[in-house]
Write a protein that binds this ligand. Sequence first.
Ligand SMILES: C[S@@+](CC[C@H](N)C(=O)[O-])C[C@H]1O[C@@H](n2cnc3c(N)ncnc32)[C@H](O)[C@@H]1O
Length: 340
Amino acid sequence: MKYIGNKSRLIGFIEDCLKEHNINYNNVIVYDLFSGTGSVSEFFLRHNCIVLSCDNMNYAIAEQYRKLYFRKEPKFEELRNIINCEELEDVINYLNNHNGQKRYYYENFCEEGKYHRRFFSERNAMKIDAIREKIDEWKDILPKEKYMFLVGILMNAADFVSNTAGTYGAYLKIWRSMALKEMKLEIPEFIATGKISLYVNDVVEFVKINKTADIVYMDPPYNTRQYPAYFSTLESIVINDKQQLKGKSGLRNYEKQKSKFSIKKYVKEEFKNLVDEIKAKYIVMSYSTEGILNKDYIYDILSKKGKTKIYDVSYRRFKTNSWTENNTNLKELLFICEVR
Ligand SMILES: C[S@@+](CC[C@H](N)C(=O)[O-])C[C@H]1O[C@@H](n2cnc3c(N)ncnc32)[C@H](O)[C@@H]1O
C-alpha cells in the first residue's frame, strides 16, 4: 500500500540505530504508535516481539489485520454451513466470483455513478459493492479478527486498482492501466513469529491505559496534511457506514479524526502530553527535518524523560506519484531516549 510516511524503506536504518544503541529488539514488548501500514510492527513481529499497534484510522488497522494479525492461514469454519467451504482460498475465490451490483460504492466512486467520481472502473466499483455487502452479512457470524481480515483484504485489493496516484484527495483524469484491471482479492503472506494486538485509538488515550512496553516506537505525522482527508475512500470501504460524502473527491466527515499532531497550534502541547504518559525502557521516534515540530523541541521533551540521542539519514520526499531527490537537505531523524 502506498502510504505517506510509510517506513518500510527505513527499517534498515531503524535497525542499525537500535543495534548501535545496544537495544534488545528480540522477544520484547513493543508499542507501535501511529502505526499506519504496520511496517514497523512487521519488523518487530519478525523478531518475535509482542506488539501493540495503535492508529486512529480504521483503514490502517484493517490493513494490519490483513497482513499482521494471523500467524498462519485462518480457517472459516463459521461459514461452512453458509457457503459450503472453510478454507481461506475457497472463501477468497467465493468472494472474487461475485458479480457486481450498483449500490453505494458504484454511486459514489465510479464515473457512471451519481457523483461521477472516477476512483474505480465501473466493474470494480460494482465488485466492491457486492463483496463489501457479502462480508458485512458475515459480521455477526465471524469473530472480529476474521471479519476485519476480510475487510482488509478487500480494501487492499481496491487500493491496488484505484485510479489515483496513491492518495484519495483526487482521482486521476486519465485512466492508470492498473485501474482498468479487474479487482482481485489476494491471500497475504503470513508472519509466523510474534503476536500483535491492534487498536483503533488516539495514541494519547492509548498510552494512558497501556504501560507495559519495553520499547515504544512512534511515528507521528510531521506535516499539516490530515490523513483522513487523504485516505477517505479507504476509510469508507472499511467502515461501510455509507455516509453522505462531500465534494469532488467524496470526502467523509472527519472532524473527530483530525490529528492534533498535524495542527501547528496544538502539536507541541500534544507531543508533550504523549511523552509525559509513556512508561517504557526506550522511546524511539521517527520524524523529519521538515516537520512542524522542531528537532530541538523534541530533543528537550525527550531529554526530560531520559538520555536522548539523535540519528539521521538523508531521505527522499514522498510525492504522491513519485519519489524525488530534489530536496537534498531533507533528513529522516530517529530519536532514541533511554528512559530513566
Ligand atoms: C507517518 S504515518 C505512520 C506510518 C507508519 N509508521 C508506516 O510505516 O506505515 C502517521 C500515522 O499516524 C496516524 N495518526 C495521526 N494522529 C494520530 C493520533 N492522534 N492517534 C493515533 N494515530 C494517529 C495517522 O493515521 C497515520 O497513519
